[in-house]
Design a protein around this ligand. Sequence first.
Ligand code: PHE
Length: 341
Amino acid sequence: MFEELENAFTSSLEELTQAQTPADLDIWYKGSLGRKGKLNLMARRVGQLEPDKRPEFGRRVNQLKKELEKAHKDRQDQLKGIDLDSVLAADGLDVTLPGRRPVRGGLHPATMTLRQIYRIWGDMGFQIYRSRDVETDELNFELLNMPKHHPARDMWDTFHTTTPGVILRTHTSPGQIHAMREYFPEPIRVILPGMCYRYEQITARSEIQFSQVEGLAVGTKISMADLKGTLVNFTRRMFGLERKTRFRASYFPFTEPSAEMDVECILCSGTGCQVCKYTGWLEILGCGMVHPRVLKNGGYDPAKYSGFAFGLGPERIAMLKYSIDDIRYFWSNDLRFLKQF
Ligand code: PHE
């Protein structure tokens, strides 16, 4: 019996070394240490021994069971180690390798230009005034001296919403009314940047969506000379001292007199190209003295107050600065274009 017990023990130990997986280990445990395992079956046979041999047998059984428990635990740990080693070998992770560099985005050229414009106007004492993209017909047209069916409305091809009278603004000029109504009777120096929308044929020069920066100065002694001086100052800061500019008489219903300002085309240095429509000049803004009716609609008495306004196209300016020959690049989201800035 004693010998049988020792044999059961050694064969169990032997079997344990064959176990390769947790499932193998479970099966082994049942067969050796389980209720009906080898060791317990031996223990049950204790009655077959002489009474004086029984305690010794019992002690030996317990001793061997303890040893097997320990061996089982060791084998379990060993298998875990092997498991980890094989995972590491197959799926090697070298923590000394350099990490992957995150891709850094950049600012859109239109944003860069806008920021530069803000800085220049900020330096000249103009505040940024934000105004809404969705406007009413009243603010976009009527209060700017364009009654319904006025032919001047043909200058702005408009996106209408399904709510009558609610449109996408065709220019930032309705912001003039918002600003005047908010600031009256204080003098005003603001720029109003934002997106504008026009139902237009998309070409190298015009998009259906573009930004504008409106400017508005209202006060008691503001003249056309202030308008010209301020705008020339702006273009010098933006394009450099040598850049030529010119004013052309023009028409806008909300300014009187009205003008347009051109900057010499830097793509072709004035010799003529696709962007400047072969004129050598690029129109960058419309401007004029705020029409008395518009001042009145904003709450300012035109007999006492005067002002100038302008609206410029930052994309046009970015095109000039970076020699971009097609305005469609701004919205086509082509990384080959965007990465150049
Ligand atoms: N709103 C005009 C346009 O979109 C530009 C402009 C603004 C002209 C202010 C004069 C004064 O064409």
